[in-house]
Design a protein around this ligand. Structure first.
Ligand SMILES: [Ca+2]
Ligand SMILES: [Ca+2]
Length: 290
C-alpha cells in the first residue's frame, strides 16, 4: 500500500513523536534535571515555532507539497501520533545534571533514553510493541534563568515489528535557542528522519532558523511574534530528490487552533525562488490557503 503524505504530515509525525512522557528517569534528587524532563522540554511543540501551526493546518486541509512517502510510513505515523502519555520512558544520565533554575534543562548532561509502548491495530490480534531508544544531550544556556534558551542534540531509533516486517526509523535533531523571555529568542533547528524500505535509503531533513519575541515575558510561549526561514529536503540513497523552501511571519497564539491569529506561512515547492503556496491567517485560528 502506497500512501501519499504531504511533507507537512511527516512533520506532524515528527512533532507528535514523543511530546510528553512519564515514569522515572536518571537523577531523582531535587534540582537535578531528569532524562524524562529533558525529553519533555526538548519536544515541546511551541519550541518548534511555525511547525505546530503548519501541522494543524495540514491536518485540516490536504496541503500536498508533492512529497511521496513510502509503504509503512502511514502505519508508523499512526503509532507515533497515538496518545504519547502511553509511552513508558526511563533513562540514565551522565555529566552535570544540576538544574538550579528548575526549568528541566540540565547544566550540561547526556541521557540515554528508552521508551516503549504497545499498540493495537484493528484486525491484528497481537499488540504491536514499539521502542524508542537513543541519546539526548542538553545544555542550559543560563542555569539561573528558567526562561533562557538551551542547546539540545538528540539521536533516537524508533522500531517496531508488524506482520512479520521489522521497520525502524532514525531521528536526529539539533536545536539551539539563545536569549530569554524578556529579550526574545533566536533559534537554529535541524531535524532529520532516515529509514530504509525495499532496499532504498530515505532521508528527510528540515532545517530552519529565526527569531521569536514573546508578548509577555511572564508567559513567553502563550503568544508572540515568530519570524523564520527554512527548507525541507528529501534524499534517496544519498541523492537529493526534492527541496521545498519555506518562510513564516506569524503571530503565534496558543489560545487559537491552529495556534496563530495573523501572518503567513509560505512554501516554494520547486525551490525556484517563487513561493507557490501561502497560508494566510485572518483571525484567531482562521486561515486561507492560496
Ligand atoms: Ca536549568
Ligand atoms: Ca535555564
Amino acid at each position: 500500500m502506497i500512501k501519499k503524505l504531504s511533507i507537512l504530515a511527516m512533520l506532524a509525525l515528527l512533532l507528535a513523536a514523543c511530546g510528553t512522557t512519564s515514569q522515572d528517569s536518571g537523577g531523582t534528587a531535587t534540582n537535578q534535571a531528569t532524562a524524562v524532563e529533558a525529553v519533555e522540554v526538548t519536544e515541546q511543540p511551541t519550541q518548534g515555532g511555525d511547525e505546530a501551526v503548519v501541522d494543524d493546518v495540514s491536518a485540516e486541509v490536504d496541503l500536498d507539497l508533492g512529497f511521496s512517502m513510502v509503504p509503512g510510513v502511514d502505519f508508523f505515523s499512526d503509532i507515533l501520533m497515538s496518545p504519547v502519555a502511553e509511552w513508558n520512558c526511563s533513562g540514565t544520565a551522565s555529566g552535570n545534571t544540576s538544574d538550579a533554575d528548575g526549568d528541566g534543562i540540565a547544566t550540561d548532561a547526556t541521557y540515554n533514553v528508552t521508551c516503549s509502548k504497545s499498540f493495537d491495530f484493528a484486525g491484528i490480534t497481537a499488540p504491536v510493541d514499539v521502542t524508542r531508544q537513543g541519546s539526548l544531550t542538553v545544555r542550559d544556556q543560563d542555569d539561573n534563568d528558567p526562561t533562557s534558551g538551551y542547546y539540545a542534540k538528540g539521536d533516537y531509533t524508533y522500531s517496531y515489528t508488524m506482520l512479520g516486517q521489522d521497520i525502524s526509523f532514525v531521528r536526529s535533531f539539533e536545536r539551539n535557542w539563545q536569549g530569554n523571555a524578556s529579550e526574545g529568542y533566536s533559534f537554529d533547528h535541524s531535524h532529520t528522519w532516515a529509514w530504509s524500505v525495499a532496499g532504498e535509503e530515505h532521508k528527510v531533513v528540515h532545517t530552519h532558523s529565526g527569531s521569536y519575541m514573546p508578548d509577555d515575558p511572564q508567559n513567553p510561549f502563550a503568544s508572540g511574534e515568530l519570524s523564520e526561514t527554512g527548507s525541507y529536503e528529501h534524499y534517496l540513497d544519498g541523492l537529493p530528490q526534492m527541496k521545498v523552501a519555506e518562510k513564516a511571519e506569524l503571530h503565534l497564539n496558543n489560545n487559537c487552533s491552529p495556534t496563530a491569529d495573523s501572518g503567513t506561512v509560505e512554501f516554494d515547492v520547486n525551490n525556484d525562488g517563487t513561493y507557490d503556496k501561502t497560508i494566510e491567517f485572518t483571525g484567531c485560528g482562521e486561515y486561507q490557503v492560496q
